[in-house]
Design a protein. Structure first.
Length: 816
RNA sequence: GCGAGUGUGCCGGAGUGGUCAAACGGGGUAGACUCAAAAUCUACUGGCUUAUGCCUGCGAAGGUUCGAACCCUUUCACUCGCACCA
């Protein structure tokens, strides 16, 4: 047998596509646009792994399908090159991050090109290039102008391994998202923040409009943004008003104490002289608690010495400092109702504080009653249903001007300061006279200096020449901001830049972005649900408000690809040595086989366990297809093939549109299996079959296409249409009489076996079947008297309304 | 605890009311080819000593229906995400 040299064949076609520039696109097309995007990679020296390829192949199949469907398809690629891992990896191998990254990118590109992807390489982006991050800085300055970028002293999450600050989203179970063995420390630092909270409500409500996003991702984002409606109530403490947020104003008569967060910035305004020592001891103890213990921490607190006055009934209740109250949510202070809140209950038990019931309901096995009920012990509100009471009490408080309705969000502002080198420099100059002065727009970009020393602390602090500059305000001595931006800043808007990636005078041409965006289909890992995918929604809303965009959401459809594990089902990792490199697989089996295998073993969203044996099956199929021309003569189609081809066109059109590639691969196998059985097949049908396979296996189909005498590219040809009539004809070929006889016989048998005597049978069929049924024949065969009605027949005898069950090819049956 | 989702044959997985012992693939068994192996091809691959027949069967238990893997109720198991947000 002649072994096909897939590698040569594949390279040949890749070269031809490249020379013809068929995947390079522009806005001057009469076709409708389609923007499909895969999340860009973080280039590392180890190169592309099979999970990357899976991601790209999923997107590529869609892109190829859409091209053939007649869309003007934008399918770009770039590199999320800035960030800590690259810096750390570079230090480890004794290289400079810039050199390390550039090398990695070249390697990545080479491997991506080998996959035969439809990228428009003329638009490639590298976020580590100052021509890109210049616009990060520009956006930052715009945010500063609008008051959305600001500096504040705050407690921040600090990872000792990264030697830097982390955003809230980057802290997972008290650990760094990059170092699962490293506990995050809390440090107090002056930091730059982006006011994402300004958009909290729009980010939350906008989720409802994201119809083509996975439910799970939407739920995660909602949970993360955490919108809750409640009431803010003023409690008076030592003559001053302290607001408290609650979602349960109906329980206000049950308040027996108030808890202020131990981290509250104004805590000591509440602490009396007598209690000062005790509170300080408590705070010290809290600091010594490690992050691990925090997860199972018992609710603890200490009396501050102060009392709060419950505004609704004037009751005096003690104020505690507690470890379980979140300082920067609401006002950092809560009213405690131990009878109807589990946390308050535990706290009250521990410190022997009074528990007062204000809602009817039993407290089971020593737990607070949190269910619904009627109010008690609540003066004029007694007897009210507690849901109703929420409104009435809030209205009462509003009238008295001691409370108001309030919406609170869990979403915090985004801390973007990083004390590391390999990130976008924050375009700020600190002057002793003028304070923090923005770098003038004309001086952008602030480039990263190459000369720095790595090792201790922030490398940017080691280049004095770069650091020392004149103040743009007064011209005096000043110093650059030595912090860089979080890497997620770079990825928050890169999909916009693709539309005009070479523009060096403005961030992008509004018209070009208006043409291509929003992204029609976005593919990437689910791990970005609460980081990248919230940040980019925020950026889009901000840029829209600047007047640069006319849409609200970055992408209309989102798809998360599954994980590819090793044969044992374990996650691939370098340390385990179980990483499958696509380059190796491609060399061995060819690209088309690899692509076919990747999508045929599992649903794209579920992933699968890699198997070297499994790929043999795909190889067998690809070989057979590539030999199909020799095996099958060109001629006429059999009716069977005609039908199957039509059906396959119809189904695959749907499958490709909905990431159901696995099903597509199955039907393609069936179709080609049938083709191999044929003595002859029409050229047109064979060509159409090749078209159907082309998105998954573009190389061999292109080869066969040209062997059939075509001079153009199959990749650019038009998607085949199917003939609905031919599908219907096939259905009608089935002999209804035979079918109905068997069916009714079976039912009668079943019913009679239960002891019921059947004398007469009624069939209800869809109208066009009425004439097709031979009443005499059927009646004779089943041995019963028979009546046949059309379901549309108004006068039909149908005591149990069985006619509603009838569908084409399936009657409703009533027995007497 | 809250949220999202999943449970089908040896395995991966189709199938959402009748044509289902259940697509397609992987694996396995037997046979053909071959000196032999690989590749390729053919048959079988829930049980019943073999039948266009019966039984069992789609996590478990009930229910609706002439009929359920598919609809309803309850339940169990697993996976993932969030977790003191008042």
């Amino acid at each position: 047998m002649v072994e096909i040299n897939f590698n040569t064949l594949e390279q040949k076609w890749q070269k031809k596509w490249e020379v013809a520039k068929i995947f390079e696109v522009n806005e001057n097309s009469k076709k409708p646009k389609y923007y499909t995007l895969e999340m860009f990679p973080y280039p590392s020296a180890s190169g592309l792994h099979i999970g990357h390829s899976f991601n790209y192949v999923l997107g590529d199949i869609l892109a190829r399908f859409k091209i053939m469907q007649g869309f003007n398809v934008l399918h770009p690629m770039g590199y999320d090159a800035l960030g800590l891992p690259a810096e750390n990896a570079a230090i480890k191998v004794g290289s400079h991050p810039e050199d390390y990254t550039n090398k990695s990118i070249i390697n990545f590109m080479k491997q991506q090109k080998a996959l035969g992807l439809t990228y428009d390489w003329s638009r490639v982006i590298n976020t580590a290039d100052s021509s890109y991050y210049k616009w990060d800085q520009w956006i930052f300055l715009k945010m500063l102008e609008k008051g959305l970028a600001y500096q504040k002293e705050s407690s921040v999450n600090w990872c000792p391994k990264c030697n830097s600050v982390l955003a809230n989203e980057q802290v997972q179970e008290g650990k760094c998202w990059r170092h699962e063995d490293t506990s995050v420390e809390i440090k107090h630092l002056k930091q730059w923040f982006l006011k994402i909270s300004n958009y909290a409500d729009e980010l939350y409500e906008g989720i409802n409009k994201l119809d083509n996003w996975p439910e799970k991702t939407k739920a995660m984002q909602k949970n993360w943004i955490g919108k809750s409606h409640g009431t803010e109530i003023d409690f008076e403490i030592n003559g001053k008003k302290w607001p408290v947020f609650t979602t349960r104003p109906d329980t206000i008569f049950g308040v027996t104490f108030v808890v202020v967060s131990a981290q509250h910035s104004k805590l000591f305004e509440l602490v009396t002289k007598e209690q000062k020592k005790e509170v300080e001891t408590f705070l010290k103890k809290l600091k010594s608690v490690s992050e691990k213990e925090l997860e199972t921490l018992e609710k603890e607190g200490v009396f501050t010495g102060s009392y709060a006055i419950n505004p609704i009934n004037g009751e005096k209740v003690p104020v505690y400092a507690g470890n379980f109250v979140v300082a920067d949510y609401g006002s950092g202070m809560v009213m405690a109702v131990p009878a109807h809140d589990q946390r308050d209950f535990e706290f009250a038990k521990k410190y022997k504080i009074k528990i007062k019931h204000v809602i009817e309901g039993k407290m089971d096995d020593g737990r607070a009653y949190v269910g619904p009920g009627k109010l008690i012990n609540s003066l004029e509100f007694n007897g009210l249903d507690n849901q109703k009471a929420k409104e009435e009490i809030t209205n009462f408080l509003i009238k008295k001007k001691i409370g108001r309705k309030k919406v609170n969000f869990k979403l915090r502002d985004w801390g973007i300061s990083r004390q590391r080198y390999w990130g976008t420099p924050i375009p700020i100059i600190h002057c002793s006279k003028c304070g923090a002065v923005p770098v003038p727009e004309k001086d952008l970009p602030v480039k990263l200096p190459k000369e720095v020393k790595f090792g201790k602390g922030n490398p940017l602090e080691t280049n004095e020449k770069w650091l020392n500059v004149k103040c743009p305000g007064c011209g005096g001595k000043a110093r650059r901001e030595a912090e860089t931006m979080d890497t997620f800043v770079n990825s928050s808007w890169y999909f916009l830049r693709y539309c005009d990636s070479k523009n060096d005078s403005i961030i992008f041409d509004k018209k070009k972005v208006a043409y291509w965006c929003p992204v029609d289909s976005y593919i990437g890992g689910a791990e970005h649900a609460c980081m990248h995918l919230i940040y980019s929604r925020f950026y889009v809303k901000f840029l829209r408000d600047l007047g640069l965009l006319k849409f609200d959401e970055p992408c209309l459809r989102l798809f998360h690809q599954g994980m590819i594990n090793d044969e044992k089902g374990e996650k691939m990792s370098k340390s385990k040595g179980n990483v499958i490199e696509p380059i190796e697989t491609i060399k061995k089996y060819g690209i088309d086989t690899t692509r076919f295998f990747l999508i045929s073993v599992a649903s794209p969203d579920k992933g699968f366990n890699w198997s070297d044996e499994g790929i043999q099956g795909s190889l067998r199929f690809i070989r057979k297809v590539s030999e199909s021309l020799e095996k099958t003569k060109l001629g006429k189609d059999s009716p069977e093939l005609e039908f199957k081809l039509n059906l396959t066109i119809k189904n695959l059109t749907n499958y490709y549109d909905n990431f159901e590639y696995r099903k597509a691969s199955i039907e393609l196998r069936e179709l080609f299996e049938l083709i191999f059985e044929q003595k002859e097949i029409s050229k047109k049908s064979l060509e159409n079959s090749l078209k159907l396979l082309s998105p998954i296996c573009p190389h061999i189909t292109e080869e066969l296409w040209s062997k059939l005498g075509n001079k153009d590219f199959l990749s650019m040809s038009s998607w085949p249409a199917f003939d609905e009539i031919k599908l219907k004809v096939k259905k009608q070929e089935v002999d209804l009489n035979e079918k109905y006889i068997n069916l009714v016989k079976e039912i009668i048998l079943r019913v009679e076996s239960k002891g019921v005597k059947v004398t007469k049978t009624y069939l209800y069929v869809v109208p066009f079947e009425v004439t097709k049924i031979n009443k005499l024949k059927v009646s004779k065969e089943i041995g019963k008297e028979l009546e046949i009605f059309s379901v549309k027949d108004e006068k039909k005898y149908d005591p149990e309304n069985k006619s509603k069950k009838a569908i084409p090819g399936m009657p409703g049956v009533y027995l007497e």
